[in-house]
Ligand binder design. Structure first.
Ligand SMILES: NC(=O)C1=CN([C@@H]2O[C@H](COP(=O)(O)OP(=O)(O)OC[C@H]3O[C@@H](n4cnc5c(N)ncnc54)[C@H](OP(=O)(O)O)[C@@H]3O)[C@@H](O)[C@H]2O)C=CC1
Ligand SMILES: CCCCCCCCCCCCCCCC(=O)[C@@H](N)CO
Length: 373
């Protein structure tokens, strides 16, 4: 008598049933997660349009890449759009490169009244961000929907990113630079907006989380932050970048909690690889092993990534990714935040823990063997 026959003699059909349920539940959970992910990120332009038509949207980092693609979709959906980036000024004419992006956006207008404008601002400089919001509030164009997307990536091995290196490029170290370029470009926008919204208003009476109803009505209805799949997991070559993207995630967790009682939705988007000008530049210095591991994320167009960003925005998702592996990682690290599909996510958790444990072991081996070659 073989082993399974012996077992079934003792436990009969219950064993088989138990095994089916034990294996079946997590698998059902995982399939449910994947199905919900697909459905929730399908882009419904009509629905987005209903939300943003005639409303002011502000998109940072919109001179190219994901930010620009998002701005285009928002213009197509009928929104007023203000774009922010540092931009380059033509030394002869003094015209900003953002001017031509605005002209390009104008072509996507669906209504002649749509306002499209730019501000050339370095978002790492807080006072400049405050000045920009002062102008926007004066215009009456304070954003109802805020998309914090600006950022950059300087992948590299930690040993090559010591503060004594690349002095000509980064005044401090690359880790400091990444925090400025990614974390502070997000934080500065929100705190400057709050500072300007609060000007002249008392914070004392009728306040929720320190914000009175007079100030609250000036706040955006929704704030989307842009992290990365690398806000949820990381590996060789991303110590500076990932830390800054994890920082945005920590900030988002607290902001979601603090803004929710005010009716302000905060969400954080975790894109996988996107074919953008920034991606091309980071790939010039990316260690080969980093590119190899990162390669498991499919590279999508900026337009496709922008549509997913807006689909999640439309459905008020908190953590979300357009990348399947990113979404699985999202479910694994959801932490003390609400879950969009709690039942299937909880069911899938044992399987996801197993998958990521295997992934970690394989990736560690891959790195070691890469350097042995
Ligand atoms: N591409 C990818 O594979 C992935 C990207 N991401 C993230 O998505 C976001 C967009 O990426 P992507 O489109 O590829 O990036 P790009 O480098 O192509 O574009 C970045 C944009 O941000 C602006 N920007 C950068 N720094 C500042 C600053 N200090 N102040 C104002 N504007 C700034 C840039 O304009 P300017 O230089 O004129 O200021 C540009 O418009 C980033 O946060 C990135 O980290 C996440 C996952 C994957
Ligand atoms: C089933 C096993 C699951 C394991 C999943 C692990 C996959 C890792 C892929 C990491 C992809 C990183 C994309 C974001 C890149 C980014 O932000 C930079 N390009 C910067 O711009």
């Amino acid at each position: 008598m073989n082993f399974s026959a012996a077992l079934s003699q003792y436990y009969g059909e219950y064993l088989i049933l138990t095994l089916i349920v034990l294996a079946g539940l997590p698998i059902t959970g995982l399939l449910g997660v994947i199905l919900n992910w697909k459905l929730s990120l399908s882009y419904n332009q009509k629905s987005v349009s209903k939300k943003v038509r005639g409303k002011h949207c502000l998109v940072t980092g919109a001179s190219q890449g994901l930010g620009k693609a998002t701005a285009i979709e928002l213009v197509k959906a009928g929104a007023h759009v203000t774009i922010i980036a540092r931009g380059k000024k033509d030394p002869k004419t003094g015209i900003s490169s953002l001017d031509s992006v605005v002209k390009e956006l104008e072509l996507s207008k669906v209504n002649p009244d749509q306002i499209i404008q730019f501000f050339a601002v370095d978002l790492t400089v807080y006072d400049k961000v405050v000045e920009m919001f002062e102008k926007l509030f004066e215009q009456g164009h304070n954003p109802e929907f805020l998309f914090c997307n600006a950022g950059s990536a300087t992948p590299g091995l930690f040993i090559d990113q010591l503060p004594v290196q690349n002095k000509e490029k980064y005044e401090e170290g690359e880790h400091e630079w990444m925090m400025k370029s990614n974390y502070f470009t997000h934080v500065n926008v929100i705190r400057a907006l709050l500072q300007v919204a609060r000007k002249g208003e008392s914070t004392e009476e009728d306040s929720i989380c320190g914000i009175s109803s007079k100030i609250a009505i000036k706040l955006p209805k929704s704030i989307i932050l842009v992290g990365s799949v690398l806000s949820t997991l990381s590996f060789v070559g991303f110590s500076a970048y990932s830390a800054s993207k994890y920082a945005i995630r920590g900030f988002a967790d607290a902001m979601r909690s603090e803004m929710k009682p005010l009716g302000v939705h905060v969400g954080i988007y975790y894109p996988g690889n996107m074919a953008t000008p920034g991606f091309e530049i980071e790939n010039e210095t990316k260690p080969k092993i980093t590119a190899k591991i990162e390669g498991s994320s499919e590279t999508v167009s900026a337009k496709s990534a922008a549509e997913s960003l807006l689909a999640g925005f439309d459905r008020n998702l908190f953590y979300y990714s357009n990348d399947l592996l990113g979404e699985l990682a999202r479910v694994s690290v959801n932490g003390g935040n609400p879950r969009p599909y709690p039942v299937v996510e909880i069911l899938a958790t044992p399987l996801l823990a197993t998958i990521f444990t295997v992934w970690a072991a394989i990736t560690d081996m891959e790195i070691k063997s890469f350097y042995k070659k």
